[in-house]
Design a protein around this ligand. Structure first.
Ligand SMILES: [Zn+2]
Ligand SMILES: [Zn+2]
Length: 404
């Protein structure tokens, strides 16, 4: 963001609203021993959310190929009514979600824009990791149907659970099976601005997207008179132009420039121009979309964001759009109210632990109710000196906790 602001100055463009807020960051420090008024960072779990406020967190903004600095697509929306929604859980993104230290029971609702792994590859981590770390209920997943049943979300989840059968079967022996279930709500990917979720003052609608095959969608979340658009992968499309208009926060992909796809991503020039301008959205096209829909704040994502790529994309965007803009990286957060939209970075622990929620964990299965997944043959291979070595520690622990 700082670079965007500097470049925007150099380009003689209008100073974005968020930039004006950033320039006041830090406030005035009045005492050498007191606390500072503003550290220009968000420390998860330390701020109340106002009733009419949305906090939107980028937990993944990158590409299908792994990079430690940037996971693949994932946005978490936290609402003032307590609801939380994950939009995509791309590969690697759960590490950023986990660092927020939100109880897993609050992370049970997932909306998928499409079924490329960079948009749902970490569902496995949310599913099994959340199950072992305190989620007490099934996951709920919403996603588009496909042109044929085998290209839809229900098929994907059904076969996801089949693929992870060994994982579930072995956990079911020691944990309640309930949090390991996934309920799916499929909806028509061709439906325009159709309501796919409406509960508790929150409405989520879907729009068709144009990307790689039939099925992908974008989402519009409305809450407390605020509108946030979460654009999935797409070439700019007429549905987004019409229904994302006047959004408070409009997220839309902006892809690496074709020369950078050749230089950095190893693509041939033919591939680069097809991928960067037909299956995805070029920076110039992204800017044109934002100039047309005029959001209060625009967010571009879906590229490895480093100085050269950032600057090349920004130069492209500025040819067609000069309004408020974030070119997202992981752990960027926006607080959205009627009065203002602020962009900050998150400071969170690398070594996060799961946090208990308010619900009591469901009981593990009664002894004998679930078949033991370990056979007598395998059990007979236990090396007894190991049991003897740990026996005093085990005894002490059992005594301390009153275990048999
Ligand atoms: Zn995709
Ligand atoms: Zn993607």
């Amino acid at each position: 963001m700082r670079l965007s602001v500097i470049t925007a100055f150099l380009a003689g463009t209008v100073l974005p609203i968020a930039a004006m807020i950033l320039m006041g960051a830090g406030g005035t420090v009045k005492s050498p021993t007191g606390t500072a008024p503003d550290r220009y960072a968000y420390y998860p779990g330390t701020e109340d959310l106002d009733k009419d406020e949305i906090r939107l967190i980028a937990c993944g903004t990158g590409l299908p190929a792994a990079r430690r600095d940037q996971a693949a697509t994932c946005f978490l929306a936290e609402l003032g009514n307590g609801d939380k929604f994950l939009f995509d859980v791309g590969t690697g993104s759960m590490a950023n979600v986990a660092a927020l230290m939100i109880p897993y029971d609050f992370l049970d609702k997932v909306f998928l824009t499409h079924l490329h792994t960079d948009h749902w590859g970490d569902l496995a981590t949310l599913w099994a990791g959340g199950w072992t770390a305190g989620r007490t209920k099934p996951l709920r997943v919403w996603g588009p149907k496909g042109a044929t049943p085998d290209m839809g979300t229900a098929y994907a989840i059904e076969n996801f659970l089949k693929a992870y059968n060994w994982d579930a079967t072995t956990r079911n022996f020691v944990l309640s099976a309930e949090p390991g279930k996934i309920s799916v709500t499929e909806f028509d990917y061709k439906a325009v601005n159709a309501v796919v979720y409406e509960e508790n003052g929150v409405t989520i609608r879907s729009l068709p997207a144009i990307h790689a095959g039939d099925g992908p969608v974008s989402f519009i979340l409305e809450y407390a008179g605020l509108k946030v658009v979460i654009g999935g992968d797409t070439f700019p499309n007429k549905w987004y132009i019409e229904h994302a208009a006047n959004a408070d926060l409009a997220i839309h992909e902006t892809f690496l420039t074709p020369p950078d796809l050749v230089r950095l991503y190893g693509q041939s020039p033919g591939q680069a121009i097809a991928v960067g301008t037909q299956i995805h959205t070029s920076p110039q096209a992204f800017g044109k979309v934002m100039s047309k829909i005029k959001p209060r704040h625009a967010v571009g994502y879906h590229f490895f964001n480093e100085q050269a790529t950032h600057d090349n994309i920004l130069r492209g965007v500025l040819q067609t759009y000069t309004g408020p803009l974030s070119l997202a990286v992981d752990n960027m957060v926006w607080n959205i109210t009627k009065e203002k939209i602020t962009e900050r970075m998150i400071v969170s622990p690398d070594q996060a632990w799961a946090v208990n929620g308010p619900n009591k964990p469901p009981k593990p299965p009664a002894k004998g109710s679930v078949p033991d997944p370990i056979s007598d043959f395998i059990k007979a291979g236990r090396w007894q000196p190991a049991e003897q070595a740990q026996a005093p520690m085990v005894e002490k622990f059992k005594k301390e906790y009153g275990l048999q």
